[in-house]
Write a protein that binds this ligand. Structure first.
Ligand code: F6P
Length: 359
């Protein structure tokens, strides 16, 4: 048996732990060959780019951030973009990719990815390439699994940032706004906001009123608090307003968010006259060593994906359904996004301890 491993889309802490665990389970337990695809789906276009993976050459990567295989948000084989005579041309190269996978002798492809990459994996599976998916994203927005690896590390990083911002905000009697990632989902902002003692949490699932946010900050000041901390998810939007988008596809899909933290900071200054500073945490949330929780989760995901291959559970994604990992059909992993429930326990609990969501 020869399996291929590919990481697609944005990186997430724990990718290397998945690669290591999958390689070790395949090689040591089953005696299979493992090949890593370089730079995501781009490595399956012609000419293909691969490297052999063994238990020996995947030593020492458990705690490494990023991915030793490289990844990219480009290279979707169903819509490869080229510039020909100065014009963008989009071509379906999936048949070539299927052919390349066969020529490489890959019998099963393990796709470690978020929504977009798992969609591509599902497309290839429908074309006859046996695929097993592993859910990856710091955004934690995949419906079919309890939690994705990488998310907990991102929450840790954002919480640590809040801890640091508290001390400087207090010294200078400021409001500090921290913008975090998450696309359409507010999980990072919500969980880091609660863990890091934010006073206001702004998430995409609860469009915010600037007046309510200002009310909360003014009340805190009147109550004797010298400073306040506001955490803003990049995909948030004001009531009746728009998201802050830097780049958008023709069909409206947001390719790049950015700027909502700055907009909220400006509005707070205008509404309250307080001294405000804005920090954008950005890719610090994606880089660096995975926390122990993510190392363990990623190891379980990688190893279980190989077990599913051994059990012929193909066309599935490994889903964490505590306390076990279960196969779920790939299509169930790529439909709906998992978003924060505005009436859910976590949000209500946060409001109960005095956190404002600007509603
Ligand atoms: O999906 C993960 C994520 O980090 C999002 O939270 C963020 O919007 C996006 O990727 C940024 O991606 P990049 O800068 O790599 O295009």
């Amino acid at each position: 048996m020869k399996i291929g491993i590919l990481s697609g889309g944005g990186d997430a802490p724990g990718l290397n732990a998945v690669i290591r665990a999958a390689t070790r389970t395949a090689a040591l337990k089953y005696g299979w060959e493992v090949v890593g695809i370089v730079d995501g789906f781009e490595g399956l276009l012609t000419p293909t780019r691969t490297r052999e993976l063994t238990s020996w050459n995947t030593r020492g990567i458990l705690f490494l951030g990023g991915t030793i295989l490289g990844t990219t948000n480009r290279g979707n084989p169903f819509a490869v973009k080229d510039i020909i005579d100065g014009k963008e041309v989009v071509r379906d190269q999936s048949a070539t990719v299927v052919e390349n996978i066969r020529s490489l002798g890959i019998e099963v492809l393990m796709v470690i990815g978020g929504d977009g990459s798992l969609k591509i994996g599902h497309g290839l599976h429908k074309l006859g390439v046996p695929v097993v998916g592993v859910p990856k994203t710091i955004d934690n927005d995949l419906m079919a699994t309890h939690v994705t690896f990488g998310f907990q590390t991102a929450v840790d990083t954002a919480t640590e940032a809040l801890d640091k911002l508290h001390t400087t905000a207090e010294s200078h009697q400021r409001v500090i706004v921290l913008e975090v990632m998450g696309r359409y989902a507010g999980w990072i902002a919500l969980e880091a906001g609660i863990a890091g003692g934010a006073d206001v949490i702004i998430i995409p699932e609860i469009p915010f009123s600037m007046e309510k946010v200002a009310e909360k900050l003014v009340a805190r000041k009147k109550g004797g608090n010298k400073s306040s901390i506001v955490i803003v998810a990049e995909g948030a939007k004001p009531l009746g307003g728009e998201m802050a988008v830097r780049e958008q596809a023709a069909d409206g899909y947001v390719l790049r968010f950015g700027g909502m933290g700055e907009r909220v900071g400006e509005a707070i200054m205008k509404h309250t006259g307080f001294d405000v500073r804005v920090t954008v945490l950005g890719h610090l949330q994606r880089g660096g060593s995975p926390c122990p929780y993510d190392r363990l989760l990623a190891t379980r995901y990688g190893s279980t994906a190989v077990e599913f291959i051994a059990q012929n559970k193909l066309g599935t994604m490994v889903s964490f359904q505590p306390p076990t990992l279960q196969p779920v059909p790939l299509e169930s992993a790529i439909g709906e996004l998992k978003l924060v429930d505005p009436q859910g326990d976590l949000v209500k609990m946060a409001e109960g301890i005095g956190i404002s969501f600007g509603r």
